[in-house]
Ligand binder design. Sequence first.
Ligand SMILES: [Mn+2]
Length: 223
Amino acid sequence: MLATREIEGYALHSRAAWKRFCDDRGYRFFHYGESLLPDMHVNWSKIEMVRRHLSETDAEIVVLVDADTYVCSRDFDLNALAEKYADKDILFAKDCHHLGPFLLPLNFEAAFKYQTRNLPNAGFVVIRNNDFCRQFFDDWLSLSQGQLSGIADRHPRNQRVLWQGLYFKHMKRIGLLDRIVERVRNVAHIPRAIRSGAAVVHVKNGLSQQQADELEVSLRKNG
Ligand SMILES: [Mn+2]
C-alpha cells in the first residue's frame, strides 16, 4: 500500500485492517509512506512502488491495494484467488460498480471509447512476480514518460495509460475480478457488497475512524 501523509486521515484505518488481515493469514504487509517520483503526480508513485517491490522481494505473488480499499473478510485467500486464475499473470479489480442489477462503468468516457465495461481498475491488483509482470510495470511507467506522456497526467492517470497502452495488448494474461473486490459509492453500500460476496470494498476517500469501527463491529458479529 502506498499512503502518503496527505491521506493518512483515512489510510490509517484501512492500513490497520490490511495489516491485521495479513498478520492473521501469514502474508507480509508493506506500507510505503512517501512519493517515489518527485516529478510526477503521486498516482504514478504507486506504479513505481510495485516496480521496486517486485525487484526486491522473493514473494511469488504481490498484491497492490489502494489506501481506500478495505478488507472485509478474514477468510480471503489470496493464493486461492491466484490459483483460480492460474492462466493469468495479473488480476485487476473491474472499473465498475453495481447499482441494483446494473453494472455501471466508473469511467463512462473510457467505457464509450473502448466499447466495454470490462476495464481494469488499479485499486486492487494481484501480481505474479515473474518476468512478464516485471516488464508490465516497467512498460507502464515508461509509457507514461514517453509514448503516452500526453495522457499520463489526466485523471485517472495510471489507469488511462493502462487502458490505452497495456490492457488490450496483454488481455490474454490479465484477469478481471468481479464482486470479490467491489467498488461502492459510499459506506452505506458496504453491507450489500459483502452480502454479494465482496471480500474487499473500494470506497473513494476511504472510511473515517467511526465508520471503520462500526464496520469492524458488524464484521465480528457476522463471524
Ligand atoms: Mn482507490
